[in-house]
Design a protein around this ligand. Structure first.
Ligand SMILES: Cc1ncc(COP(=O)(O)O)c(C=O)c1O
Length: 386
């Protein structure tokens, strides 16, 4: 039996008629850039996520970059984030000229460790009110925190927002993997100054190409992002600042509008697959995903941790099961940051995780038979080594 890590063909087949009609309608209109489709998707995603405003952009990476620029973060600034994420999170910080400050992750959820965030700030920034260890008038270089809602589960937003408030920092939620997740009843991406969504095809809400969105309750911020995405222009051919070409295509928006109608059903299906894995792996030496109190997980990835990760990966692949490591190299160890002075000894949790984690197929269309096969093969391998 073959069980791929993700089966986008199965998803397409399940909604083919609606998608095909929609794509043909956009082709018929010959309106491909921004347009009413994009506007409608922005309204629908904002309503879904519980924010007032949204701006479609060309990718999740651009959503982060444009958020940073719109919040005034750039050269000489620092942004605290997690090293246990996809490169785009830190890359966006570096691209705008700021320095990513990596702090280690929580060993339970693998999301940013809020105690480490606080520790760094205590030593480097001044609080908005109260005594300061900094020189007179100095605030410190950290201007923002980017928590990543890894694998589809929100970071500890209460603590993050409290800390940000104390130090006067912006919070940009990297929600690329977590559309639809909730934290204490609120949707991922709606809690900070902005939320950055990715519509990369493999995401929980994936387009037929690249796409992304910034969501926020702050109208000025979203208006600024809308200007930045068209070369820093609010009025055609009048440029107030340098911007980007980061527009969302109408075809992507139209496809995403169809898919958004199914998103909650698909997330429920992901949770049901995850629950089956959770109960099957109980009692085995496998670390299953931990859901923190107040969180509703969306299982963009179902990621386990095992001692012999490479052995399990090879065994699953040999048995026709797709499995992948997100992420094998923490960002402080990436070659592009080699000259930046990060020391892997500061990140024991990320180091261990990058050796032990592996993601299993968890997409909504997985059949009962496929789930049972994955469980059978994972269990077989683990029991052999036990
Ligand atoms: C955590 C995280 N941040 C940012 C991104 C960037 O999104 P995109 O690929 O749409 O640029 C991704 C996805 O690839 C991601 O997983």
């Amino acid at each position: 039996m073959k069980v791929p890590l993700l089966d986008l063909e199965a998803q397409y087949k399940s909604i083919k008629k609606e998608i095909d009609e929609t794509v043909l309608r956009v082709i018929g209109s010959q309106k491909f850039i921004l347009s009413e489709e994009v506007k409608a998707l922005e309204d629908e995603v904002a309503a879904y996520s519980g924010t007032k405003y949204a701006s479609g952009v060309a990718s999740g990476t651009d959503a982060l970059i444009l958020s940073l620029v719109a919040l005034g973060i750039g050269r000489a600034d620092e942004v605290i984030t997690t090293p246990f994420t996809f490169m785009a999170t830190a890359e966006a910080i570096s691209i705008v000229g700021a320095r990513p400050v990596f702090v280690d992750v929580d060993p339970e959820t693998y999301n940013i460790d809020v105690n480490k965030v606080e520790e760094y700030l205590k030593n480097h920034n001044a609080k908005v009110h109260g005594p300061s260890s900094m020189g007179h008038g100095q605030q410190g270089k950290v201007k923002a925190i980017i928590p990543v809602h890894l694998y589809g589960q929100c970071a500890d937003m209460t603590r993050i927002l409290d800390i940000a408030g104390e130090y006067g920092l912006k919070v940009i939620e990297d929600t690329a993997q977590a559309i639809g997740a909730t934290y204490r009843g609120k949707k991922a991406g709606s809690l900070g100054d902005s939320g950055c969504l990715s519509f990369f095809p493999s995401k929980n809400l994936g387009g037929f190409g690249d796409g992304g969105m910034v969501i926020s309750d702050n109208k000025d911020l979203i208006d600024h992002v809308k200007s930045l995405r068209v070369h820093g222009s609010k009025t055609q051919y009048i440029h107030e600042e340098l911007g980007y070409n980061s527009r969302l295509d109408s075809l992507q928006a139209a496809v995403l509008r169809v898919k958004l109608r199914y998103l909650d059903k698909w997330l429920e299906a992901r949770r049901s697959v995850a629950a089956k894995y959770d109960s099957a792996f109980k009692g085995l030496p496998i670390r299953t995903p931990k859901v923190a109190p107040g969180n509703v997980h969306t299982y963009h990835q179902y990621t386990i941790a095992v001692k012999d990760r490479e052995g399990l990966k090879d065994f699953l692949e040999a048995n026709g099961i797709g499995a992948r490591v997100y992420y094998p190299v923490p960002l402080y160890s990436q070659k592009c940051y080699a000259s930046c002075g990060y020391d892997k000894k500061d990140y024991p949790v990320s180091e261990k995780l990058s050796d032990e984690i592996i993601s299993l197929p968890v997409y909504p269309e997985l059949s009962g038979e496929a789930i049972a096969y994955v469980i059978e093969k994972v269990t077989e391998f683990i029991k052999k080594g036990a």
